[in-house]
Design a protein around this ligand. Structure first.
Ligand code: AMP
Length: 295
């Protein structure tokens, strides 16, 4: 099947705003999918979900330096614009917004927005300033794209909570008016969550990586069978993860899913988020599931 890969790319924020204004004046609603590129099926599922709801879907591609720590993989983060263009076209995207660094950070890369509380735990504790970078970049992207609805993956559950809070607390109408839509995590056949960073995995890493999903599945089953104690749910995950000696666990927790707060005993109706971050060799992997505890 031959597919139209003629996707326009805008690199200037001002030009993006003008383009959005012209689409809106013709009656279009705007969906957007913010990404760092090197697109895979997870991103494609967000683009498809957006295209079902909006005649115009903007996919932003920006490898945001302020969300990487000084020892993280900003420079080696994978990039492939030619392939990204075809993923966007095949998934039903309309246009790519690939802003320059100067457009995103006219005064140099810094991240002035801090969302208190939710930014400071779990991923935020392991990667201080990460969510400041995410919130600052997403706010700026929303200013340029002025979307009606923005699509994010549950794969980055904590990020979705930071962004929801960003939208609730922003003083900018263009940010506050964005509806946040969260879509399910796309996985490989063996359960490994799709991720641009999976390209870093050695073949040994790739063989071992599905243990993270297995740990999440074992904990989910434990909850569905009626377990309510945080410590027991977390122990089930740790026991599964410990079958791979070389996996280094950063965190492995069961928490309330909308606040990520710890709770010793869950109650009927609670949404329980189980989250894991772990290192395999040189690669850091994160994953999560949300399970509703029903008696
Ligand atoms: P990234 O390019 O890694 O910044 O991701 C861009 C968006 O894609 C974020 O909203 C991610 O949560 C989402 N995403 C990444 N991996 C997946 C996945 N496996 N399934 C669904 N969404 C994903």
């Amino acid at each position: 099947m031959s597919l139209d890969c003629d996707i326009p790319i805008i690199t200037s924020a001002t030009e993006m705003q003008h383009w959005v204004d012209s689409q809106r004046s013709q009656g279009s609603t705007i969906g957007c999918v913010p990404t760092m590129g090197y697109l895979h099926d997870g991103h494609a599922s967000l683009i498809k979900a957006a295209a079902k709801r909006h005649p115009v879907v903007i996919v932003s591609i920006f490898v945001n330096p302020t969300q990487f720590g000084p020892t993280e993989d900003f420079n080696r983060y994978p990039r492939d614009l030619a392939r990204d263009i075809s993923v966007v076209a095949n998934a039903g995207g309309t246009i790519i917004f690939a802003p320059t660094m100067e457009d995103m950070y006219p005064d140099g890369p810094h991240a002035p927005i801090h969302i208190n509380g939710i930014s400071d735990m779990l991923e935020g504790a392991m990667r201080p300033t990460h969510f400041d970078g995410v919130a600052t970049a997403v706010s700026r992207l929303f200013e340029a794209m002025a979307p009606d609805e923005a699509f994010f993956g549950q794969k980055d559950l904590q990020q979705t909570l930071v962004i929801r809070r960003l939208v609730e607390t922003s003083i900018l109408d263009v940010v506050r008016n964005v509806v946040i839509n969260v879509q399910p995590t796309q996985r490989e056949a063996d359960g490994l969550a799709k991720s641009s960073r999976n390209v870093y995995l050695t073949s040994q890493d790739r063989d071992d990586a599905p243990v993270i999903y297995q740990a999440l599945m074992n904990a989910s089953r434990t909850i569905m069978y009626g377990e309510t104690m945080r410590t027991v749910i977390e122990r089930v995950m740790r026991d599964t993860l410990s079958t791979i000696d070389r996996l280094v666990v950063e965190y492995c927790v069961a928490v309330e899913a909308t606040t990520l707060q710890q709770k010793e005993v869950f109650e009927p109706g609670d949404k329980i988020a189980i989250l894991i971050a772990a290192r395999l060799g040189a690669t850091r992997l994160i994953d999560n599931e949300v399970v509703t505890y029903e008696r």
